[in-house]
Design a protein around this ligand. Structure first.
Ligand code: CTP
Ligand code: MN
Ligand code: MN
Ligand code: MN
Length: 401
């Protein structure tokens, strides 16, 4: 054995919110294998199994070194028999049979393709799969009645299944910032979700909007959406009103983990020209942008010609569709909203589980309730919330569980 591989790794704490989970880690192959099984469980609506594989994967992401032998994991939490079996097989044989079978299965492939349509969840995809619909093209041919979200999902399928890059997120950030400042001066926006955790790509871009004067944020989303729509930035939007203020007996606990902020799930029309101009404005040292429609090692004329040809023959063009989520929170709940919308989803789940099981508290994106003291606890920053929960502060870049 090479020296070092026998070194026992210090046993990590079991809740993901008790440790740092960086974006870049040392056990990618093992984590990829576990992620396939997690994804398959989620698509089969076996949530518990999905969470078990996700927790195991997150534990491996927190390890400071590459694992070569399964014995090195002795004493670590979060690793159930099934996950350990998968890890052992990958370490010994390079692949795990169950993972390979899953990846190749018709059902898994179809479920991934169908849930890749915006507006389509596991239940709907499963129903369609049983009817013999395996791809978005099958779906289009089937003549099924689709709702508005799903129609947009099919229409922009290719764009929405391309990763959104940081430069595009920044370009959209400037547009949303402009919209917000036009309709309510003094309101501020914060980039949340994966990009706040330091990711370089994402499946969408998430923003949290608030105003330092409590109450001024009411009805803000409708105005922002109207402005964006009038400017031609929106291909699709669905706004949900705030249902939190309406509950009579104070800030009642949300019935599910879903929060009740005013929000908008949307699809932006991002002009690549616009993106380029905006990005150049933000970063003085001009980044070389690799546009999706125009290959870069070409003269401008060639590129323009090709882009106009593309727009004529294949519908490819100088803009792209990008999923954008916007949430509005009252200033007094901002810290909770920020923590709740920065993710990752597993990190959030772990925070809530820690709160309930270790502190007898209920955490939501609105507030923290202490069941022992029978009172709501206020906080003005994420740091304060971690402190109230008795946790060491984990910055966003350490929340990539
Ligand atoms: N979220 C939520 N309620 C929803 C949707 C999302 O509270 N209905 C929260 C999630 O808990 C997560 C954050 O919003 O913390 C961002 O969700 P999402 O955009 O789905 O995931 P990201 O972590 O941003 O990953 P990606 O980069 O793929 O977008
Ligand atoms: Mn996101
Ligand atoms: Mn409209
Ligand atoms: Mn999102």
């Amino acid at each position: 054995d090479e020296p070092g591989t026998e070194l026992a790794v210090v046993s990590l704490p079991s809740y993901a919110c008790q440790r740092h989970t960086p974006l870049l880690h040392h056990n990618t192959v093992l984590i990829d294998a576990l992620s396939i099984l997690a994804e398959n469980a989620e698509l089969s609506e076996n949530e518990g199994r999905g969470v078990a594989f996700r927790r195991a994967g997150a534990l491996l992401k927190s390890l400071p070194q590459e694992i070569r032998r399964v014995e090195q994991l002795r004493g670590q939490p979060c690793l159930g028999d099934h996950s350990l079996r998968v890890i052992k097989e990958v370490l010994e044989d390079g692949v795990c049979c169950e993972v390979e079978t899953t990846k190749e299965s018709r059902q898994f492939k179809a479920m991934k393709a169908l849930t890749g349509i915006f507006g389509v969840g596991a239940k709907t995809a499963d129903r369609w799969f049983r009817e013999g619909i395996h791809t978005p093209s099958d779906l289009q041919r089937s003549g099924h009645n689709l709702n508005r979200a799903q129609r947009a999902g099919v229409q922009y399928y290719d764009d929405l299944n391309q990763p959104v890059r940081k430069a595009e997120a920044d370009a959209i950030g400037l547009i949303v910032e402009k919209a917000v400042s036009e309709v309510l001066p003094g309101a501020k926006i914060t980039l949340i979700g994966g990009f706040r955790r330091g990711k370089e790509t994402g499946h969408d871009v998430d923003f949290l909007i608030t105003h330092p004067e409590e109450g001024r944020e009411e009805g803000l989303m409708a105005k922002v959406v109207s402005w964006l729509e009038a400017q031609g930035f929106l291909l699709y939007h669905k706004t949900t009103r705030n249902s939190y203020l309406e509950s009579k007996d104070g800030p009642a606990r949300p019935p599910s983990n879903m929060d009740r902020f005013e929000r908008c799930f949307s699809i932006f029309r991002l002009s690549t020209e616009n993106e380029r101009r905006i990005t150049q404005t933000i970063s003085a040292q001009s980044t070389l942008l690799h546009s999706r429609t125009e290959p870069s090692p070409q003269t401008n004329d060639q590129a323009r010609e090709e882009s106009s040809m593309l727009s004529q023959c294949s519908g490819s063009r100088s803009w792209m569709a990008v999923r954008v989520d916007m949430v509005v929170s009252p200033y007094s709940q901002f810290a909770f909203a920020l923590l709740g919308w920065t993710g990752s989803k597993l990190f959030e789940r772990e925070l809530r589980r820690w709160a309930v099981h270790e502190r007898a508290m209920t955490l939501s994106s609105h507030t923290l309730y202490d069941s022992t003291k029978r009172q709501y606890l206020r906080a003005n920053s994420e740091e304060e919330i971690f402190a109230l929960l008795g946790l060491e502060y984990i910055p966003p870049c350490g929340r990539n569980a």
